[in-house]
Ligand binder design. Structure first.
Ligand code: NAD
Ligand code: MG
Length: 397
């Protein structure tokens, strides 16, 4: 297998896992890669190291003030350097076989949209762009002759067992959730949670924002919306079960009562490998499951009282239109404020609920052509509202 690839968000957790997997697959002799673009933001040293290692054509930092630093770090390498949000989007437009979209948050939407228009495979880790304008993004990939393959482990699991040719065979899908670090914590304990405690996930090593989302279970809320768009299912066919070991990555229940599950160790390189070679399978020295050593797998219902983000996401999905983008923007603002020490942990969901309420009636609908800009306009409006809600909660504290 040979692939010409671009990695948007190469310096993050998923981006670095992607490059590591490519290294291991190449060393194992099962694939060769050419890298067109790597992008990052503040970690210029890592971005330059990645660009040099893969002899990328272009390295882009999203921060325009870091262009000189990047040029210095790339001196003599022959790798072109660029900077700024527009440069990231331009880079995403370059034709390649495969693009990994692993920028975090709605900041990844414009580049995912650009990559979706160029006809290759869109490996999508950036769930926020699907939440903000999923149906239009999927239509855009299809119109360009490309294919969207989910990277989120739950969606990769469902993608691998979902009968896409006959969706009427599916009764429901069941997303598994680890439950995060506060699965068994009391509300009083959760009220006092610090950012350091929230980003210490029991099973997965991830970026700070998605780690906070896992702790509040807003991540599972975003994933319900992501799944609805990816697999064309209504909210009432999407369930969540807490599975603390993160071995079963999700399940598809058929109308005849048979349920198909996909399993694997909690390592993002496996769903990334799936997206890289689908429908083929990429051989690499993958960590393997040892069920006898694991001994048992456990399950429990999610507690929507302690984790109200789940019900809020369901509400956003039910409302449709621009409301999922509002849910996402409010959650991003609140998670950031929590990480910055400006907001208590339990107030993250409170900000989302209040922002959704205040934004009600904004009622923006997306057209197929302007969906990305329309979603970004909603995102910007919702962020302003959420900032005000954060400020009022901080003042009241
Ligand atoms: P991360 O914080 O580790 O990395 C984020 C990347 O985005 C970095 O390369 C960073 O430089 C870049 N970035 C940040 N702000 C940017 C901006 N404004 N413009 C352009 N680039 C910017 O995040 P992550 O954990 O790798 O997650 C990336 C995405 O993948 C998220 O959408 C997350 O929900 C999703 N995801 C992650 C995991 C995981 O295991 N980490 C699993 C499933 C899905
Ligand atoms: Mg996931």
């Amino acid at each position: 297998m040979h692939r010409r690839v671009s990695i948007l968000g190469a310096t993050g957790s998923v981006g670095a896992s992607t490059l590591d997997l490519m290294d291991q697959a190449q060393a194992a002799g099962s694939a060769t890669f050419e890298v067109e673009v790597v992008t990052g933001d503040q970690n210029i040293a890592l971005l330059a190291q990645q660009a040099r290692r893969w002899n990328a054509k272009l390295a882009v930092t999203a921060d325009p003030s870091r262009l000189e630093d990047l040029r210095d770090a790339l001196a003599g390498s022959g790798v072109e350097a660029a900077a700024g949000a527009d440069a990231v989007v331009d880079a995403a437009r370059r034709p390649v076989d495969w693009t990994m979209c692993s920028i975090v948050g709605a900041a990844g939407l414009r580049s995912a949209w650009a990559a979706a228009g160029q006809g290759g495979v869109l490996a999508l880790a950036n769930k926020e762009s699907l939440v903000c304008c999923g149906p239009a993004l999927m239509a855009r990939v299809k119109a360009a002759g490309g294919r969207l393959i989910p990277v989120d482990s739950e969606h990769s699991a469902i993608f691998q067992v979902f009968p896409a040719e006959a969706p009427e065979r599916v009764a429901r899908i069941i997303l598994t959730a680890s439950g995060g670090p506060f699965r068994q914590a009391t509300l009083a304990r959760m009220a006092a949670v610090t950012p350091r405690e929230a980003v210490a996930h029991p099973n997965w090593s991830m970026g700070a924002k998605i780690s906070v989302d896992s702790a509040t279970m807003a991540n599972k809320g975003l994933e319900m919306i992501e799944a609805a768009y990816l697999f064309g299912l209504p909210g009432d066919k999407i369930d969540v079960v807490v599975h603390p070991e993160s071995i079963i990555h999700s399940l598809v229940e058929m109308v005849d009562g048979s349920t198909l599950a996909q399993m694997g160790p909690p390592d993002m390189r496996t769903p990334i490998a799936c997206a890289l070679s689908w429908p083929d399978r990429l051989a690499w020295p993958a960590p393997k499951l040892d069920l006898a050593t694991l001994g048992r797998l456990t399950f429990e219902a999610p507690d929507e009282t302690r984790f109200p983000a789940l019900a809020l996401a369901r509400q956003a999905l039910g409302a449709g239109g621009a409301v999922p983008a509002v849910f996402n923007a409010a959650n991003e603002v609140a998670a950031r404020a929590f990480l910055d020490g400006k907001l208590g942990f339990l107030n993250i969901a409170a900000v989302v609920a209040e922002t959704m309420q205040r934004a009600e009636g904004a009622g923006v609908r997306f057209g197929a052509d302007n969906a990305c800009d329309a979603a970004l306009a909603v995102d910007a409006e919702a962020r302003k509202i959420a900032d005000r809600v954060v400020a009022s909660l901080a003042a009241a504290a």
